[in-house]
Design a protein around this ligand. Structure first.
Ligand SMILES: Nc1ncnc2c1ncn2[C@@H]1O[C@H](COP(=O)(O)OP(=O)(O)OP(=O)(O)O)[C@@H](O)[C@H]1O
Length: 228
């Protein structure tokens, strides 16, 4: 790959301080991630593969700054995300999205599908009250759902349909990068294939990048490689 990477991860390390013992009387440190390095370019998909507990989710969450960073750097657009505080991260949040494993727990049961998708767009000023309905319909169409689903609640959808909604919500603000943390593992095998195909189609047809654990997909291009 030529050109600057979209994301350059160097020496990324995350340790958690925990308490052990029946009463939490002993302190210990969990080395969840130690010295992760990789570059990812626009259009690339990077998969993180490894045994349970090896730090895949921690890698995704730390890159997105859902966790603080113990050491190392996450260079995105020339900025080290590891050094930013929450206020400085806020304007970048719409560009860095995540799709988690269980779509049911990430959707608010009291919000309609339309409200779920609209919320990040209004929050980040990506839609006005005037064009919001049109944008929701377009996003639902992108993930293969009819516009009438906008008025439904999460419990009225199948698992695969819910995950499509979560993907539509992640795409609502035009992300450059999406972390998919085992985005298909809670779904039936046949639905898993549909969601993977959907992610690949969206990646090829939209102008942004993606990352995931165990898959990292930058969101606009073609090449793919594995990482262990
Ligand atoms: N918030 C936390 N506090 C303390 N330890 C944590 C925390 N989050 C994760 N860990 C520990 O960090 C290590 C890596 O966890 P992580 O969830 O990243 O693994 P994983 O590779 O995604 O596993 P799996 O494939 O089972 O989801 C594990 O030992 C886990 O117990």
């Amino acid at each position: 790959m030529t050109g600057d990477p979209l994301l350059r991860i160097s020496g990324l390390t995350k340790h958690f301080n925990v308490r052990l013992g029946a009463f939490g009387e002993r302190k210990a440190t969990v080395h969840a991630l130690d010295g992760l390095d990789f570059d990812i370019h626009e259009g690339e998909t990077l998969s993180l593969v490894g045994e349970s507990g090896c730090g895949k989710s921690t890698a995704g969450n730390t890159i997105l700054r859902l966790h603080s960073v113990t050491a190392g750097s996450v260079i995105y657009k020339g900025i080290d995300l590891a050094r930013l505080d929450e206020a400085a991260m806020r304007p970048l949040r719409s560009e860095l999205q995540v799709v988690f494993q269980d779509p049911y727990s990430t959707l608010n049961p009291r919000m309609t599908i339309g409200e779920e998708i609209v919320a990040p767009m209004l929050h980040h000023g990506r839609a006005t009250r005037k064009d919001v309905l049109e944008k929701v319909a377009a996003l639902l169409a992108d993930v293969g759902l009819p516009a009438r689903f906008a008025s439904r609640y999460p419990h009225e959808l199948s698992g695969g349909q819910r995950q499509r909604v979560v993907i539509a919500r992640a795409l609502a603000c035009g992300p450059r990068f999406v972390v998919c943390d085992e985005a298909i593992s809670a779904l039936d095998v046949s639905i898993q294939a549909q969601i993977i195909n959907l992610l690949q189609d969206l990646q090829e047809n939209t102008a942004s990048p993606t990352c995931s654990s165990p898959m990292i997909l930058p969101w606009c291009g073609t090449s793919r490689r594995g990482w262990r």
